[in-house]
Design a protein around this ligand. Structure first.
Ligand code: A3P
Length: 288
């Protein structure tokens, strides 16, 4: 299948047609955010599915029912995907969503509301590696070719949701004030209970230490691998083939070191550095 057949091109970005349509993007623009809604925003492969596990538990005090009974894509749907229109009326309150939209594509009602955002960022080198394997297992994404070829597409932004740097810049330069919280995938891997405490405080939940520990246990990489509502094993193999690479693949920090050659690293670093040079915020990782 050609790139044109696989992706919708809108707003200068690529959206996989399997999960997105003109109607779903329109639905997202018309979506009515409520003040109590929470949306976890990520560039793809930065911890989205992890947030689909975490948010319902933090919002409902650790009740396991949603993560044990509802597949993640319907439990915490993507704002921009086709499924939202089908499940929106069934969402528990307060509603939790995820989105890969850059900031400027958020709908008017989001800006008019007090809905909160948790923006999860991941080291772009690990994002690239994770995405490379995801492209191998997802039949609705283009064949990534060699790692070198895929890196070139990633750096040019010829991948779903465009350039990593544009995404991060858009969300780091908002006027959302205390409506947005930033966290990194690396923080979550390093100390999940601490990350959960921050999220719980940000969302105005006063979770006990016992509940925090319980949520951390159920959101561990291993627990999610074993949860059929979260490991994508319910998706037909024709769409997501776990034999090629599981969706919950490694769940570690620094896998890029096993993939980047000594030539690829400076190429990657210099492109990102140039694109970030005018920014006043600093990244939480060294690009080298
Ligand atoms: P890897 O491919 O590096 O393993 P997204 O959900 O945004 O598509 O991101 C997927 C990445 O998040 C995958 O990274 C996946 O393994 C990782 N991930 C998901 N749940 C996780 C968890 N509980 N702990 C650590 N990593 C997790």
């Amino acid at each position: 299948m050609s790139t044109e057949e696989m992706y919708l091109q809108r707003h200068g970005l690529l959206f996989p047609k399997e999960t997105h349509s003109t109607e779903s993007l329109h639905f997202a623009q018309e979506f009515k955010f409520k003040d109590e809604d929470v949306v976890a925003v990520t560039y793809p492969k930065s911890g989205t599915v992890w947030m689909q596990e975490i948010l319902p538990l933090v919002l409902n005090g650790g009740d396991l029912t949603p993560i044990q009974t509802i597949p993640n894509w319907d439990r915490v749907p993507w704002l921009e995907e086709k499924r939202l229109a089908l499940v929106v009326d069934n969402l528990a309150s307060p509603r939790a969503l995820v989105s890969h939209f850059p900031y400027h594509l958020m709908p008017p009602s989001f800006h008019a509301s007090k809905a909160k955002v948790i923006y999860v960022m991941r080291n772009p080198k690990d994002v690239l590696v994770s995405s490379y394997y995801f492209h191998q297992m997802a039949s609705f994404l283009h064949d990534p070719g060699s790692f070198d070829e895929f890196m070139a597409s990633f750096l040019e932004g010829k991948v779903l949701f465009g350039k990593w740097t544009d995404h991060v810049k858009s969300w780091k330069n908002t006027e959302l004030g205390d409506r947005i919280m930033y966290i990194t995938y690396e923080d979550m891997v390093q100390d999940l209970p601490a990350a959960l405490r921050r999220m719980s405080d940000f969302l105005g939940r006063n979770l006990s230490e016992e509940v925090i520990q319980k949520i951390a246990e159920h959101c561990s990489f291993k627990a999610m691998q074993d949860n059929n509502m979260s490991n994508f094993k319910l998706v037909p193999k024709e769409l997501l083939d776990s034999d090629k690479s599981p969706f919950l693949r490694k769940g570690i920090v620094g896998d890029w070191k096993n993939h980047f050659t000594s030539e690829q690293l400076p190429t990657f670093t210099s492109v990102l550095r140039k694109e970030m040079e005018k920014e006043t915020f600093s990244l939480p990782w060294s690009l080298d």
